[in-house]
Design a protein around this ligand. Structure first.
Ligand code: HBI
Ligand code: FE
Length: 296
């Protein structure tokens, strides 16, 4: 089965899912912006234990694979002992970069999601996966959202970049170009790689919260690794239910910020008339960067 999906179809599915009420979270108590109160007393001892197992497995995989910044920030988060209390993290996070975490029941509409980002609020899902989903979940849960996304929100450049994304998302919605921006989001915020002094490292939350892809994306000879370019990335389809076939690489966070900051309107107009690129394309003249040698 070819599982490459076009972003538009993916988001239509999400919309249908939320209309049909089949999303996993409890949406009955959220406010107009889909914010809920995180009820910390509702997490069971088993759930806290599952969090610790997820955290320990993932933390062990980080050295030599996650970017330094992520590792440093994670250790400051103090979230190893159980499902974190978002309000507690907020004190330190707001002091560091002016961001706040808001609790949400699960996936929320694109518009609301980008509104939050544009106002420096990061939506974090409150439910935790079941034990049988240890290695893989379809929708983001609190482990993906918190462990994967929150550490880099402590970095000023990355934090500014994500706010830009929020503003860009609102604009892309107005221009009927969300699928292009969503691809850029996917290939950077979720599955981005960065060039470090000792080789490639991961900074994307989808990779950093994944037990398998974190080694695969750096060490496997199979996927392509290409320098990030806004237009190229926005034209590229992606996989939602397997490891990525292409990763886009940044030189540093400033590179990411520079790619994300411009007005994308001319790019949207240009690529609207071009065909999307398959997830495994390598165009003439493109440099495919070699994998890291496994050191562990
Ligand atoms: N909702 N809770 C949640 N988390 C997301 O990452 C998310 C979302 N709604 C929409 C959305 N992401 C997309 O628009 C982006 O991934 C592009
Ligand atoms: Fe995510």
């Amino acid at each position: 089965m070819d599982t490459t999906v076009d972003q538009a179809d993916f988001f239509k599915t999400l919309e249908e899912k939320s209309d049909g009420g089949t999303l996993r979270g409890d949406y009955s108590k959220c406010d107009a912006r889909y914010v809920v109160t995180q009820d910390c007393s509702s997490y069971t001892g088993e759930q806290h234990a599952l969090w610790r197992k997820l955290y320990q497995r993932q933390a062990r995989l980080l050295p030599g694979r996650a970017c330094e910044l992520f590792i440093e920030s994670l250790s400051k988060l103090d979230a190893a002992d159980g499902i974190p209390h978002l309000e507690r993290t907020n004190e330190a996070l707001h002091r560091a970069t002016g961001w706040r975490l808001v609790a949400v029941p699960g996936l929320i509409p694109d518009l609301t999601f980008f509104e939050h980002l544009s106002e420096r609020r990061f939506p974090v899902t409150v439910w935790l996966r079941e034990p049988q989903e240890f290695d893989y979940i379809v929708e983001p849960d609190i482990f993906h959202d918190f462990f994967g996304h929150v550490p880099l929100l402590f970095n000023a450049v990355f934090a500014d970049h994500l706010q830009q994304f929020g503003k860009g998302g609102l604009k892309a919605l107005r221009l009927d170009a969300l699928k292009y921006l969503a691809r850029l989001y996917w290939y950077t915020v979720e599955f981005g790689l960065i060039q470090g002094p000792q080789g490639l490292r991961a900074y994307g939350a989808g990779i950093l919260s994944s037990g398998g892809e974190i080694a695969y994306c750096l060490s496997s000879a199979k996927p392509r690794r290409i320098m990030l370019d806004a237009e190229r990335t926005m034209r590229t389809l992606y996989k939602i239910d397997s490891y990525q076939e292409t990763y886009f690489v940044i030189r540093d966070y400033q590179h990411l910020f520079d790619v994300t900051a411009p007005d994308f309107t001319p790019i949207y107009e240009r690529i609207r008339n071009k065909e999307a690129l398959p997830a495994d394309s390598l165009l003439p003249g493109e440099l495919n960067m070699p994998p890291n040698r496994e050191s562990a």
